[in-house]
Structure formats: structure tokens, C-alpha cells
Design a binder for this molecule. Structure first.
Ligand code: SAH
Ligand code: SF4
Ligand code: F3S
Length: 457
């Protein structure tokens, strides 16, 4: 064993991997530990390090073990108390203690509201494990959100998945689909606005499946959050094609604060592969949704997720994926090599694809997607739009913000984070665009902070 570790931790560090929901969970864990009197610290000095893990692909899941090894060999003092949270914790449970005895705490994504208690148990010596999926939701128990800084915030409204795509671990690691209660969400959105958030991204594994006992859907929630003073922008992710309701599509026409951006994964352009994936939608039904969304919001940026090398994927199936990418014309997208996951049906399917072929397909797909993203950025040159300033850039005075279409925008001499700044997009690179404040384009002088006060407020 590698004890002694620090007995009762006074400082903590949370490191989140994987999706935005893990980032959200990591923030909530940090708030809870803060409420217990612990203070935040760097990973190399904190008394307690929480690794908030992702199980979605093998590479992500294995990463945690190298991190544990590094923490256990800490050179500048006793090793920290180590907690493994997130989806690897849920999937592997007690196996983590067997493989890495230095781990003190294993806590699943539906049990992390009990983290303070697990820390006390681990402080008393021994291992603490909690991978329950309790009937009472953690959201009913978590403290109200701490006041936070930062113009863009995540808010989980829906969690879990009942769709069981044959490649995916999420239904097992996050459990069944649940929707958070209306009042809880609206309260949290208000608290985020009070803490300085100008943009809220509503999160869910199938966020567009959100509904409440009165039958209200995500678009009604968006409509209400849009009325909260201070909230200028709303986004939502990730959506499933089968839950794209008429109301949500219409919201892209009717709600100004809803940003013109839709992340709608299709995974493959081959109907045979979609069927084997148990996606329960077809390429035609997917394309129809894209058409309908574009009909109400022609400038909408479409984003997606793709898996190449699913078992049985032929050259023709892969060509069909390239074709649907050409048909949709994405503003951005994520693409992955299929990774067989323990316990999922696809891991046992015949015709697993050779790694070399997967590499080739991924490269071809990414070349096409990168070209589309660059073209999308180039097409935005000349547009005048409002960006949300998020943080400082590399150079003095330089600021980084986001356009409504989620492009990264670089501005020289921009106002402070949280400001909404009208800019003209003047040039484009594959991964970002450059904006010039409209006040600079049309006035003779440079940019003056005073000119912007009214808008930023
Ligand atoms: N609920 C969302 C996203 C789930 S995970 C959805 O249904 O779209 C995010 C992405 O990871 C998926 O969209 C998929 O493209 C990818 N992914 C999931 N399991 C995978 C696996 N076993 N191998 C490779 N990519 C995977
Ligand atoms: Fe995974 Fe499919 Fe559920 Fe998305 S819809 S989380 S890919 S099972
Ligand atoms: Fe990963 Fe779990 Fe999110 S597996 S992608 S952290 S839901």
C-alpha cells in the first residue's frame, strides 16, 4: 500500500473527463466540498483529488489508471486521497479497488451527493464505495448552486438514457432516463443568472426528451428560461433525432435567445448500420428533421457525431456516411473510431472492423468534416453579429468569444468577459474567426470602453 495519505482533507481538486455533463457534475462536487469547508487547490497539491471519469471509449476509460498511478507517486508530500467518480466508477465499481488499491473512494454519477460522507469514511481508513442508483434523485439533495463567475454555464435538466444503442455504455453508467423538475431547473437558472451567467446550455444525454408531469416539453422550458433577466442565450445538447418535437423545431423560429445551433448526432449514413446500432431512426427521417429545422431557421449551424468502423460496416456503408455528410453540410462535428465496450451487444457482433481500416475511414471522414467547417467559417465572413465574450486571449487586450453559431471568435481590444459585443466577422480559419467591433468599423476612433457600457450591462 502507498499510505500514508492525508487523513482528513482540507483542500480538493476535481478533474473531469468526457462530456459536458461530467463538467457539470464536477462543478457540483466542487461546490459540495466547498460547502464542507474544503478549499480548491491544484491537482499536484490537493489533499483530495477527484477523477471524474468517462467510460464511452476504451481510451477514455483506461486513462484513469495512469492518472491514479501518477497521483499515488506524488513526490512533494504524502499521496492525496483519491476518489474515482463518473462513468468508469459506475461501470467498474469495486473492480477499481482491486486494480488500483490506492483508490480510496469509488462513487457513481447518481451517488455523488454523498461524496462528503464517503470522504469521512475514507478518512477513518479503508475503502468507500457507492455506485447506487437511488430512487431519490441526487438533484433533490444537492445544495443550491454556489454563486459562480463565468458568462457561460451548464445546467443538467435530463439524465440517463433508455435508447440502448448497441455500442453505447451510457444507459448502463447513467441509468434510466429522468427529467428534473421544472421548478428546480428554473431556480437553478435564476441562480446562475445572478452569478453572472449570460448563456445557459441545457444538458441531457437526450436533452430533447425532457418533459414534466404536466406534459410540458423542452421548448416550453426554454421559453421560460429566456425570460430570466440576464439570460441572453440558450443552447441545449445532446439531442436524439426521435425526440425532435414540432415545438422544439418551432422554438428555433420563435425564441430569439435560442441560439441557431443544433447538435444532432446521426452516427452513420447507412440504414443497415443504423439498424444494427439500434438507432431507431433512418437516414431519411434524419434528413427530414434537418430540412424542417432549416426551413424555420435557415442560418442554423448543424453539428453531429459519427462512428466509423461499427461491426459489419462495408465500404458502401462508409460511402453512405460520407454522402449524408455532403447532404447535410455540417458546421462542425465529432467523429470517432468504434470502440467495443464491455457488456454492450455490439462488442459481441461478428465482423469487427480491422483497426487500420478504421483509421483510414476516420481520416477520410475528418478531412471532409474539416473542410465543411472551414467553409462554414469562410461563409460567415462579412456577417455582423453579436458575440459573447468568454475570456482573455493570448495577446494583451485580446478576447475570445462565441458567435451564435458556436464559432470561436477572436477580437483585439474587446470588453470584459460577459459582455455581448456586436462585431463584423472579417476573416476565417478552420477553427476560429476574427471579429472587429462594429463600433471600430463605423466610427473613426478605436474602441472605447464607454461606448460599450450600455450593451454590456
Ligand atoms: N446521447 C448522445 C451522445 C452519447 S455519447 C447521443 O445519442 O447522440 C457521445 C458520442 O460518443 C456518441 O454520439 C457517439 O458518436 C460516440 N460513442 C458512443 N459510444 C461509442 C463507442 N462505443 N465507440 C465509439 N464512439 C462512441
Ligand atoms: Fe448512447 Fe444511444 Fe443513449 Fe446516445 S441515445 S446515450 S448514443 S444509447
Ligand atoms: Fe463519458 Fe459518461 Fe459522459 S461515459 S460521455 S462521462 S455520460
Amino acid at each position: 500500500m502507498t499510505d500514508p495519505k492525508t487523513p482528513a482533507p482540507k483542500t480538493f481538486h476535481v478533474k473531469s473527463f468526457g462530456c459536458q455533463m461530467n463538467v457539470y457534475d464536477g462543478e457540483r462536487m466542487g461546490e459540495m466540498l466547498g460547502a464542507q469547508g474544503l478549499t480548491a487547490a491544484d491537482a499536484d497539491s490537493a489533499d483530495l483529488v477527484v477523477l471524474n471519469t468517462c467510460h464511452i471509449r476504451e481510451k477514455a476509460a483506461e486513462k484513469v489508471y495512469s492518472d491514479i498511478g501518477r497521483l499515488a507517486r506524488r513526490e512533494n508530500g504524502p499521496r492525496p486521497m483519491i476518489a474515482v467518480a463518473g462513468c468508469v466508477a459506475q461501470a467498474e465499481g469495486a473492480e477499481i479497488h482491486r486494480r488500483a488499491p490506492q483508490v480510496d473512494i469509488v462513487v457513481g454519477p447518481q451517488a455523488y451527493h454523498r461524496l462528503p460522507d464517503l470522504v469521512s469514511r475514507a478518512s477513518a481508513g479503508g475503502h468507500a464505495l457507492d455506485t447506487d442508483m437511488p430512487a431519490a434523485s441526487k438533484f433533490d439533495v444537492l445544495p443550491r448552486r454556489a454563486r459562480r463567475q463565468g458568462p457561460s454555464a451548464f445546467l443538467t435538466v435530463q439524465e440517463g438514457c433508455d435508447k440502448f444503442c448497441t455500442y453505447c455504455v451510457v444507459p448502463y453508467t447513467r441509468g434510466a432516463e429522468i427529467s428534473r423538475a421544472w421548478d428546480q431547473i428554473v431556480d437553478e437558472a435564476k441562480a446562475l443568472a445572478d452569478g453572472g451567467a449570460r448563456e445557459i446550455t441545457l444538458l441531457g444525454q437526450n436533452v430533447n426528451a425532457w418533459s414534466d408531469e404536466r406534459g410540458r416539453g423542452l421548448h416550453t422550458l426554454i421559453e421560460t428560461i429566456a425570460l430570466i433577466p440576464g439570460i441572453a442565450r440558450i443552447r441545449y445538447t445532446t439531442s436524439h433525432p426521435n425526440d425532435m418535437s414540432d415545438g422544439l423545431i418551432a422554438a428555433h423560429r420563435d425564441i430569439d435567445a435560442l441560439m441557431p445551433f443544433l447538435h444532432l448526432p446521426v452516427q452513420s449514413g447507412s440504414d443497415a448500420i443504423l439498424k444494427a446500432m439500434n438507432r431507431s431512426h433512418s437516414t431519411a427521417s434524419y434528413l427530414k428533421i434537418i430540412d424542417r429545422v432549416r426551413a424555420v431557421r435557415p442560418d442554423i449551424a448543424i453539428s453531429g457525431d459519427f462512428i466509423v468502423g461499427f461491426p459489419g460496416e462495408s465500404d458502401a456503408d462508409f460511402e453512405a456516411t460520407l454522402q449524408i455528410v455532403r447532404d447535410v453540410d455540417y458546421a462542425m462535428a465529432y467523429s470517432f473510431k468504434y470502440s467495443p465496450r464491455p457488456g454492450t451487444p455490439a462488442a459481441d457482433m461478428d465482423d469487427q472492423i480491422a483497426p487500420g481500416l478504421m483509421d483510414e475511414r476516420l481520416q477520410a471522414l475528418q478531412a471532409l468534416l474539416n473542410e465543411q467547417q472551414h467553409r462554414f467559417n469562410l461563409a460567415s465572413v462579412g456577417r455582423t453579429t453579436e458575440i459573447l465574450i468568454e475570456r482573455d486571449g493570448k495577446r494583451p487586450g485580446q478576447k475570445l468569444g462565441k458567435s451564435p453559431w458556436l464559432q470561436s471568435v477572436i477580437v483585439e481590444n474587446g470588453p470584459e468577459a460577459g459582455s455581448l459585443l456586436p462585431v463584423e466577422i472579417v476573416s476565417a480559419a478552420p477553427n476560429s474567426v476574427v471579429g472587429v467591433p462594429v463600433s471600430d468599423r463605423h466610427a473613426s476612433g478605436g474602441w472605447h470602453p464607454a461606448q460599450n457600457m450600455a450593451r454590456a450591462g
